[in-house]
Design a protein around this ligand. Structure first.
Ligand code: ZN
Length: 190
């Protein structure tokens, strides 16, 4: 029997679930679907998962307020994330923020040929450590990018000392299972 006290607690966030085509450049169309798959596999890998996304009646299109920016910290979804970060022991907690990008963004916003992009906040340490593991175990073409403006992971790292990483998947072609296995491995080992 699994002791729930020793399971890593993983917070999965999808801030850009609600896309309206105005300000998103085709990004995040499948972020919610990828995240759902990830949650399913993580639970199979004996992780305790809290899945947080913007949802009715609190849907906010990115064009109105980008939930991954500091100025949207007071929104409903961000309060939910903070509540989850407050609960439980910090040392067993991790956060993964899930996004997708369209093929046309590979080679422009993202590196050419990228299928999987691992992004950090200002604190690059966690994302770099995780990227090393991903590179070894996931066949999809993966890249690391330092990006300072991902506020969900920034808040988790700076205010809560919780390791947090942003994952960008190429729309609808990346196998989620090895990514879930890598997350589970990293979290169980940390
Ligand atoms: Zn996004």
């Amino acid at each position: 029997m699994i002791d729930s006290n020793t399971m890593p607690r993983i917070i999965i966030t999808v801030p850009h679930r609600c896309v309206d085509g105005i300000d998103d450049n085709g990004c995040d169309k499948n972020a919610y679907e990828y995240a759902k798959e990830l949650v399913k596999y993580l639970r199979q890998y004996k992780c305790s998962v809290k899945f947080i996304t913007s949802r009715a009646p609190h849907f906010i299109p990115r064009s109105q307020c980008d939930l991954n920016r500091k100025q949207c910290r007071s929104c409903h979804m961000r309060n939910e994330v903070r509540k989850a970060l407050h609960s439980g022991k910090k040392k067993d907690m991790f956060l993964f923020d899930i996004h997708t990008f369209p093929q046309c963004a590979a080679g422009t916003v993202f590196p050419a040929g990228a299928e999987l992009v691992i992004m950090s906040g200002n604190t690059k340490k966690f994302a770099k450590d995780f990227f090393k593991l991903i590179k070894r175990s996931v066949p999809a073409s993966s890249h690391f990018m330092a990006a300072a403006v991902n506020d969900i992971i920034e808040e988790a790292i700076v205010d809560f000392d919780v390791p947090a990483v942003l994952i960008e998947f190429l729309d609808s072609t990346v196998d989620v299972r090895p990514v879930a296995a890598t997350i589970a491995k990293w979290c169980h080992a940390s």
